[in-house]
Design a binder for this molecule. Structure first.
Ligand SMILES: Cc1cc2nc3c(=O)[nH]c(=O)nc-3n(C[C@H](O)[C@H](O)[C@H](O)COP(=O)(O)O)c2cc1C
Length: 173
């Protein structure tokens, strides 16, 4: 089972648009996936789902994570790293079995010129700790606002080429 994680809870995020793009591309290649948007975390999960606590709402999310074998994370650059809400989400998931010996594909996006190179590197370190095996081809999409068309889809030729290559490798990974 494949789950795409949209790595921010910011409303109307470009991250969600890119995550939906990947979901659609995977579907076109015949692979069903589930998209989990961090906006759908319980609003108060920092109080209700960390350090051994568990809410009913998070239980369903935990079930999704437990059943997932392959994750595709779309991660925006926030202050030179990945969003804090993504780390809080990882911290709330059961350790170690949520991610242990599973597989992950990472996509970084940013409005600036670096495409979240540092945030992806930082998140890669977290994945290494979790024994979550990251696919070597990690993509960085800078200037994301120029990369999305009026339908919220990627359209630039080289970006389509590299995302397509990444998706094919992820399917085979
Ligand atoms: C809290 C916050 C911090 C941000 N920090 C950076 C940054 O360090 N570098 C950058 O290029 N863009 C930064 N951005 C802009 C995001 O990269 C931009 O909003 C982009 O669309 C991806 O984020 P989104 O999915 O929230 O839309 C930041 C945005 C927010 C909300």
């Amino acid at each position: 089972m494949i789950t795409i994680i949209a790595g921010t809870n910011r409303p109307n995020s470009n991250t969600l648009k890119v995550a939906k793009y990947y979901e659609k591309q995977l579907a076109e290649k015949g692979l069903a996936s589930t998209l989990f948007d961090l906006q759908d975390l319980p609003a108060n999960f920092i109080a209700t789902d960390l350090y051994g606590k568990r809410s009913e709402a998070f239980e369903k999310i935990q079930e999704l994570i437990t059943q997932t074998r392959k994750f595709l994370f779309v991660i925006p650059e926030y202050n030179g790293s990945f969003p804090g809400v993504l780390k809080a989400f990882i911290d709330a998931c059961i350790f170690p079995e949520s991610f242990y010996d599973k597989k992950a594909c990472l996509v970084g996006i940013s409005s600036g010129k670096y495409g979240n190179i540092r945030g992806i590197e930082h998140f890669n370190g977290v994945c290494a700790y979790l024994h979550l095996h990251v696919m070597p081809l990690r993509l960085h999409i800078p200037y994301i606002k120029q990369e999305l068309n009026e339908h919220g889809a990627l359209f630039m030729e080289d970006t389509l080429k590299f995302t397509n290559q990444q998706i094919d490798k992820f399917i085979a990974y």
